[in-house]
Ligand binder design. Structure first.
Ligand code: ADP
Ligand code: MG
Length: 698
């Protein structure tokens, strides 16, 4: 057996390979491009392309592709082979610097939210040299950004890179004010914890809801669910363990730092967490991880469900986005330091995040909104749709003492004067104790917990990075013009705490009273569903902030609005249509068959036992026949609700109609069908039940 260090990253054109395969000169200029964003000249690009090709071909690659992340949320690739005919009738393997740097996928059918009229349908892709190229399925994949010819971003990577740059720019201004002149770059680091379900592939195939929508649209609760808590961190079943081993192996070859894996709360639910890395690489890696999770599952006769809510009544899947800012010299800006100077700097960065999250609650909520994730947020298994920050009691005490100029009642009684005092020793809340908070400070990073398992993490990080950049910009503007730095700093931190303390909440986020308090007393925003929040993407303050940092243009924002709502509508319409179809062609006929057989049994019994009242059969037949009528009527109503959407006009009204009519119609139909399931003999039921699916993998 090969040892992990020997094959880790073996399919990645990483720094080790670059160093070994490029001339010192080419390597130096490539590093400059990677680290400082300096443009590659053609000679260097050609040399890099040649080295990449030789390396990839030697590892069996036959094709190359520009790998990008369109607004669909999944990745896209178009393969070109390296072959080029040679005069002697054979082929040679070719790959030029131009092909490395820029591509032109025929991308007319990717969603663009109106950004690209069809006459200029061809977008182009441009290499992101900060994310290493890798080999997947015999194809050299080059991570790229995807733009229209007029330069608008058609993808998620471009705004993400821009948001990282915005944060870098503003954070450097702050660090200069603190006297640092060695730091060249501030980067955001992310470690996303990915939840997923594994179910048996044969059962998956038998359910059209799973096949078409990734979640179950019907299903009565099984006698056993997650109430015993016996799955969480429990022993991993052999078939799942084999899957995880195989998965790790593939991820490690791709240089993905898969680190921890365990069972989650729900039966059949698991989690995988990598070691954190640079924001855009973490995003690329998370997209790859999701793809490979599904691919490896197929090899094991399993299906990996990434949907946020595959089963009603059972915990859904999320993704915790662990986020921090750090310098190229290796210091974490969210780590409370040891000296007064470091403490003050830490508090400033902490406050920048607190301010950002309060000022842009709506953008954070929007960044995680999909039809799937709406089923989780606020359903007492995931954070509520109201955004708040957990900082822990100790740090709260410190903040309060600063705000009120009062002594801090910690270990020793001290009045905190920033820049003069060291922070009093406070116990760092590094634990996950409060799992109900949407945005928790966990010692030296923030954990944003509202993301859905299927979300690209790009969206959340774009908003987070830019909102924090905005706080830092305001701080830097103020401090750069201050007469006395320390006084201004102290005042500014105090002001932030005063103005934004409403967003800090250390209690139980699942508590209904909290939502009341948050909305009524604190004035925090509560947008339970996607159609409630997405229109606020185009609020003036949000447009102003995002465009001023150059992260999105106005047109790009309008396109994200369109695409997000379009995606929401399409998703729910497919679900509704699938329900209508399954109810009519599978569920109702199955219940009818059972009902008829029960009626026949009663008739036969009466013949054998004259005078037999057959109460059981009569009662059951009556109930089932009532349910059949209900199911048929509700199917018709749902179908009508979907048909009426064509009259909605714009996408905003269509999304609202889906929220107000289609989704409630789906719930109504489901109620009747699930009740029928509990009354119908197992052998008549047309597809595997919740019990089969959730406990079917040994
Ligand atoms: P948990 O208790 O939630 O499992 P861990 O400490 O194991 O917390 O970390 C979970 C994730 O957070 C991992 O992906 C880890 O690499 C990441 N992480 C740890 N430190 C940082 C950091 N400074 N910045 C970003 N992510 C981090
Ligand atoms: Mg966590």
């Amino acid at each position: 057996m090969e040892a992990v260090p020997e094959y880790f990253g073996s399919l990645v054109f990483d720094d080790r390979v670059m160093k070994a395969s490029l001339s010192a000169e080419v390597y130096q200029s490539l590093r400059k491009t990677i680290e400082e964003g300096v443009r590659l000249n053609h000679g260097v690009a050609d040399a890099v392309a040649q080295a990449m090709r030789d390396w990839a071909v030697a590892r069996g690659a036959t094709h190359f592709t520009h790998w990008f992340q369109p607004l669909t949320g999944v990745t896209a690739e178009k393969h070109d082979s390296f072959i080029s005919p040679s005069p002697d009738g054979g082929v040679i393997m070719e790959f030029s610097g131009r092909e490395l740097i820029q591509g032109e996928p025929d991308a007319s059918s990717f969603p663009s939210g109106g950004l690209r009229a069809t006459f200029e349908a061809r977008g182009y892709t441009a290499w992101d040299p900060t994310s290493y190229a890798f080999i997947k399925d015999k194809t050299l994949c080059i991570p790229t950004a995807f733009c229209s010819y007029s330069g608008e971003a058609l993808d998620k990577k471009t705004p993400l890179l821009r948001s990282m740059e915005a944060l870098n720019r503003q954070a450097l201004r702050i660090l200069r004010l603190f006297g640092s002149d060695t730091v060249k770059r501030v980067i955001t680091c992310v470690g996303p914890e990915q939840e997923y379900f594994l179910i048996d592939a044969k059962m998956f195939e038998q359910r059209r809801d799973l096949r078409f929508t990734g979640r179950t649209l019907f299903g009565a609760r099984p006698p056993k669910g997650q109430e015993m808590d016996d799955h969480y961190f429990g022993a991993i079943k052999p078939r799942v363990a084999a899957y995880m081993a195989d998965l790790n192996d593939e991820l490690w070859r791709l240089g993905i730092l898969a680190k921890t894996q365990h069972n989650e709360v729900a039966p059949a639910q698991h989690e995988l967490a990598p070691i954190y890395t640079t924001n855009n690489i973490a995003t690329d890696h998370n997209q790859l991880t999701m793809e490979i999770m599904q691919k490896v599952a197929a090899r094991h006769g399993l299906v990996c469900l990434l949907h946020e809510k595959p089963f009603a009544g059972v915990n859904g899947s999320g993704k915790h986005n662990n986020w921090s800012m750090s310098t190229d010299t290796g210091s974490n800006l969210l780590s409370p330091g040891d000296t007064p100077h470091e403490n003050a700097q830490f508090l400033l960065f902490l406050c920048a995040v607190i301010k950002a999250v309060d000022d842009y609650q709506d953008l954070l909520r929007i960044s995680v909104s999909t039809a799937g994730n709406d089923h989780r947020l606020g359903a007492n298994e995931a954070p509520p749709a109201v955004v708040s920050i957990f900082v822990g009691d100790e740090l709260s005490g410190v903040l309060k003492a600063i705000e009120q100029d009062a002594p801090y009642e910690g270990v020793e009684k001290t009045k905190i004067r920033l820049g003069v005092d060291a922070l009093p020793k406070f116990r760092r809340d590094t634990t996950d104790r409060n799992r109900t908070s949407p945005f928790a400070f966990t010692g030296n990073k923030f954990e944003f917990r509202m993301l859905g398992s299927a979300n690209s993490i790009a969206c959340a990080n774009i908003m987070l990075n830019t909102a924090v950049a905005e706080s830092l910009r305001i701080y830097a503007d103020r401090l750069e013009g201050a007469e006395d730095f320390e006084t201004a700093l102290h005042e500014m931190i105090r002001r932030t705490i005063k103005d934004h303390k409403r967003i800090i909440f250390n209690g139980n986020g699942y508590d209904g009273d909290w939502i009341k308090e948050a909305v009524e007393k604190r004035g925090l925003l509560n947008y339970p569903a996607t159609p409630d929040c997405v229109p606020h993407l185009l609020d003036r303050k949000n447009i102003q902030m995002l465009t001023s940092h150059g992260v999105y243009s106005m047109q790009e924002l309008a396109s994200r609005y369109e695409v997000t709502l379009e995606n929401y509508c399409k998703t729910v319409i497919i679900e509704a249509n699938t329900m209508v179809d399954m109810a009519r062609t599978e569920i109702i006929p199955a219940v009818e068959a059972f009902l008829l057989d029960t009626a026949r049994a009663a008739a036969a019994k009466k013949e054998l036992v004259p005078g037999c009242p057959c109460e059981y059969e009569t009662g059951l037949v009556k109930r089932l026949s009532g349910l059949v009528d209900q199911m048929a009527a509700r199917t018709g109503e749902l179908e009508q609700a979907v048909a009426d959407l064509s009259r909605a006009g714009d996408i905003g009204s269509e999304a609202a109609a889906i929220r107000d009519r289609v989704l409630p119609g789906m719930s109504q139909l489901r109620l009747a069908c699930d009740e029928a399931e509990t009354l119908t003999a197992r052998k008549y039921w047309p597809f595997p039940t919740y019990g089969d699916l959730l406990f079917g993998v040994r």
